[in-house]
Design a protein around this ligand. Structure first.
Ligand code: ZN
Length: 244
């Protein structure tokens, strides 16, 4: 199965992978933007995930923000799945140039990829809002470093903010440029685990100039007709089977 995709990958040494939430859900990390995710947030907090993980909400009510954030966005036990591992192998062989991801869990790096462009940031990085001191995820999860759920800086006492792009916040321009540049130069663009509706996903595709757009997603997307190949299946299963 997937012989055509295997051949396209074999023949290219300039592949870029662009992935969305579906890549992480196969590692057991639920998509907080899914119907279920929205329902459980509204039931427990009275607000949608989009409202809670917004910059104004974070400033106004950091206690509730962190309660939601720690319980719904951080999965320290999650392991890379077949998709992450296959991409790690492709990078090691010099075939994969970059991973552009909307996910914030750091699993691509655990799967062996080094050039990972995280357009929405990472839960693994956190910074003091006052002195910019760096803190890892273990620090902010340790109740010793928190008052209630809110983590504070050991150096200056300032509040710590995750290095995650919140709703209402602009994407980092340098990260955005790196993503656009990688996609513009790609010979093969594999897009996986995204329905291409979350900003800035769909916009990224406009920068791709090649003729080998591969879409792998469980459900259909609006871009299926523009792709050279469309596979409606599990991204881990497909990547795991085409990349030995
Ligand atoms: Zn500080």
């Amino acid at each position: 199965m997937y012989d055509d995709l295997r051949r396209i990958i074999d023949e290219s040494d300039n592949i870029v992978f662009f992935g969305g939430a579906g890549v992480s859900t196969e590692s057991g990390i639920p998509d907080f933007r899914s119907e279920n995710g929205i329902y459980s947030a509204v039931t427990k907090y009275g607000n949608s995930p989009e409202e809670i993980i917004s910059y104004s909400f974070f400033k106004r009510n950091p206690e509730v923000f962190y309660d939601y954030y720690k319980n719904n966005l951080i999965y320290t036990d999650a392991k890379p799945n077949e998709a992450h591992l296959a991409l790690g192998r492709l990078e090691e062989r010099g075939k994969l140039i970059a991973v552009v991801t909307q996910n914030i869990d750091g699993l691509h790096q655990l799967g062996g990829c080094k050039n990972v462009i995280e357009v929405h940031g990472s839960v693994l990085r956190n910074y003091c809002m006052d002195c910019r001191a760096f803190y890892d995820v273990a620090y902010i999860m340790d109740p010793e470093n928190c008052r209630g759920q809110i983590p504070f800086c050991a150096k200056c006492g300032g509040m710590i903010k995750p290095d995650v792009v919140l709703y209402q916040e602009a994407l980092d321009q340098d990260v955005l440029s790196a993503a656009v540049s990688a996609i513009a130069k790609a010979d093969v663009l594999i897009v996986g685990g995204t329905s291409l509706v979350v900003y800035p996903a769909a916009g990224f595709l406009n920068y791709y100039r090649g003729d080998s757009l591969i879409l792998i997603n469980k459900s259909e997307t609006d871009y299926d007709s523009k792709a050279k190949m469309t596979i409606h299946d599990s991204i881990g299963m497909v990547m795991g089977s085409v990349v030995e």
